[in-house]
Ligand binder design. Structure first.
Ligand SMILES: [Cu+2]
Length: 296
């Protein structure tokens, strides 16, 4: 090893060791994340297959190029080989091989696309409506309906001259007051629309993103394999506060989800009974009869 080369190698070694040891390195990720749903994992594996094919092609093509440039250079007395010019055989080969590669990549891609569109067998349906600047979640079969807006602490910290340290706000701009709660392992169909302008509902860990368009109903589905809280954002520039309408999906175990659902449905029952007595005048005897009837 040359005198100059040795310190260079040790410097590169020290730098890489330093980078690997640094805690910031953990948050520094190059690749896509696999996500937590069947579809996101399929999209991830598709991405890896295509990446591997592209790397393979690059290695073969650039390898051949670099090898030829070095091996057959003019200074070594190389003479251009013209036998491959206008050769039908070569034309067929270099058209046929890319076609085969494209077909090989199209098969898993088409399979994934068909699966994404297949909402059959969904176990629950939630209608999601985008508004400037919040989301509405309606559980169509469970009769639960609420709005989801940016959490109070994020909203306070984002105000101009709030003086707040946004790094101290947990999940700054990615937390909401009422997250979408779903059970783990259930196929959830989402019907997407909007009440004003175009929004887009996007949760990277679920692998799905789709536009919410006024007057149209778009459809997507997800089946989360892991309990957890997954965060996303509106992914369509929808106006001034576009950056302040995050999406939070809270995936819970079936028991936790059932308990949450009950807590959401419970307030609706007493609300059906009028709390305040009617203001019409009632005779004292009738009123007494009514109250005794009410105690039965
Ligand atoms: Cu939006």
């Amino acid at each position: 090893m040359s005198k100059l080369f040795k310190p260079l190698v040790s410097a590169v070694g020290a730098l890489s060791a330093g980078l690997l040891a640094s805690p910031a390195f953990a948050a520094w990720q190059l690749n896509m994340t696999p996500g937590v749903t069947e579809l996101s994992k399929q999209a991830y594996s598709l991405h890896m297959i295509i990446l591997e094919v592209c790397v393979g092609i690059a290695v073969v093509v650039f390898g051949a190029m670099i090898y030829s440039i070095i091996k057959f250079r003019r200074s070594k007395g190389a003479v251009a080989d013209t036998t491959l010019l206008h050769s039908t055989k070569v034309e067929i080969i270099w058209t046929g091989i890319p076609i085969l590669i494209l077909v090989f990549m199209a098969i898993p891609a088409a399979r994934a696309l068909i699966k994404i569109e297949d909402t059959r067998g969904s176990e629950m349906t939630i209608k999601v409506t985008g508004y400037q600047w919040k989301w509405q979640y309606e559980y169509l079969d469970q009769k639960v309906n609420f709005f989801s807006t940016l959490s109070r602490d994020s909203n306070a910290a984002r105000q101009l001259d709030s003086g707040a340290d946004v790094n101290a706000v947990p999940d700054y701009l990615l937390s909401v007051d009422n997250p979408l709660v779903v059970p783990v392992g259930k196929k959830v169909r989402v019907l997407l629309t909007a009440g004003d302008v175009i929004h887009a509902w996007w949760v990277p860990a679920l692998g799905m993103k789709k536009d919410a368009i006024p007057g149209f109903v778009n459809e997507l589905w997800f089946k989360a394999d892991e309990v957890g809280v997954y965060r996303g954002q509106c992914a369509e520039l929808c106006g001034r506060d576009h950056g302040f309408m995050p999406v939070v999906v809270d995936v819970r175990s079936q028991a936790d989800y059932d308990a949450w659902l009950q807590s959401q449905q419970a307030p609706a029952t007493p609300a059906a009974v009028p709390v305040v007595a009617p203001t019409t005048e009632v005779a004292p005897e009738a009123s007494a009869a009514a109250s005794s009837a009410a105690t039965i």
